[in-house]
Write a protein that binds this ligand. Structure first.
Ligand SMILES: Cc1ncc(COP(=O)(O)O)c(C=O)c1O
Length: 382
């Protein structure tokens, strides 16, 4: 039997977006090269203002990347040594790493098997584990995994009842919303990442924090420049070096003009996947989106039983279709976090690494290519 012709499709197609923007990116970069203010040049504030408008947050403070954004959040909220932050175990390592970098301890809690997001009902177990370890619970980190906002209402309620701060790790969900509010307004502080594969992304590293509190925003602006006071050589606190490059800000300004439309396009792509799978492929569970949420669809991640998942991957690879397992192992099972407390049981976090599979996802994916991805999974993979 002849081998099928291999497709050559990208997992995320940044070139399609670039072609759409034409020479706008080059022109924006050239303007920065001409004025030469590479650190905190005018484009940084020119980006932060429309990001407030887009997200609905009162204050946006950009920084060097999404990991720093989380560390800066903990520094601003004075969460550090002896403190515990409840973190979902099924997430990218930076969520928990930032807690450790801030001097505090992540305490892992379980996620919901269907949405992949933190299980509000599992927070009590996290609180108990933190107290049993002699830590002071200070915060909850809600991670909006794969683009879908976590179920914020019960999490906000839990934080209120237990005097905890809520840090929203929205590295993957900027552009999404929950109960009519855009991501950026859902936590005490919300953070995001502009890493190239994120829904709203630059051409390098970048990140931002969003807050309603003017004092917190002022603190963050100081912290991102070595804890500066009235000027750079007036050091009033320990901070770090974490600024968004002016060049990246200039790129993001151009990309913001098409972002709203791209989010819509992502909904259409997700809709086609969902229709393709529910119409025939038993064994592929498309990601359910909770009624209150609009996902930014950073990734389209299905679940396939552990016995079949790797076969499906192989069938896709044979056709030249990339797929990725985000994330193969829960954080409480990683050597780096072996010393961190966790809830007694984390069954969903432990299961998902064996079942998840992320498929090609970006606003510009061709319908015929998407149909081929679905066909390959349904007809050859399962
Ligand atoms: C959930 C989550 N948190 C934090 C980060 C860290 O962002 P960055 O890579 O910009 O440091 C990422 C990015 O990959 C992420 O996916």
């Amino acid at each position: 039997m002849s081998k099928p012709t291999q497709l050559d499709i990208p997992f995320i197609d940044l070139a399609a977006q670039r072609a759409r923007l034409g020479d706008r990116i080059e022109k924006a970069m050239a303007r920065v090269l001409d004025h030469g203010r590479f650190i905190l040049g005018p484009e940084v504030a020119d980006l932060e203002r429309p990001l407030c408008e887009f997200s609905g947050a009162k204050h946006t403070v950009t920084c060097a990347n999404g990991t720093d954004a989380l560390v800066l959040a903990f520094m601003a909220l004075e969460i550090g040594s002896g403190d515990a932050v409840l973190v979902p175990s099924f997430t990218f390592s930076a969520s928990a790493e930032s807690v450790v970098l801030a001097g505090a301890t992540p305490v892992f809690v379980d996620v919901l098997e269907d949405t992949f997001n933190i299980d509000p009902a599992g927070l009590v177990a996290g609180l108990e584990a933190a107290r049993a370890a002699g830590l002071k619970p200070r915060g909850v980190m809600a991670v909006d995994l794969f683009g879908q906002p976590a179920d914020y209402d019960p999490i906000v309620g839990f934080c209120g009842e237990n005097s905890l701060l809520l840090i929203a790790d929205a590295a993957q969900s900027f552009g999404g919303s929950y109960a009519g509010s855009r991501v950026g307004t859902l936590g005490t502080i919300t953070t995001t990442s502009f890493f190239p594969s994120k829904p709203f992304a630059c051409y390098g590293d970048g990140g931002a924090l969003f807050t309603e509190d003017a004092d917190v925003a002022a603190l963050l602006r100081s912290l991102r420049v070595h804890g500066q006071g009235t000027n750079k050589y007036d050091n009033v606190r320990i901070g770090m070096n974490s600024r968004l490059d002016t060049l990246q800000a200039a790129i993001l300004i151009e990309k913001l003009s098409i972002f709203e439309e791209e989010i819509e396009m992502r909904q259409a792509v997700a809709g086609r996947y969902e229709a393709g799978f529910t119409n025939g492929a038993d064994g592929v569970i498309p990601p359910p989106i909770i009624a209150a949420a609009v996902s930014a669809w950073a990734l389209y991640t299905v679940r396939i039983s552990a016995e079949k998942r790797d076969g499906v991957r192989a069938a896709l690879a044979e056709q030249g279709i990339p797929s990725v397992v985000y994330y193969p192992r829960a954080l409480h099972q990683q050597p780096a976090y072996a010393g961190c407390p966790h809830a007694a049981e984390l069954p969903a976090s432990e299961l998902l690494g064996h079942e998840v599979l992320s498929l090609p996802m970006h606003p510009y994916i061709d319908e015929a290519v998407q149909a081929e991805v679905i066909r390959t999974i349904v007809e050859r993979g399962l």
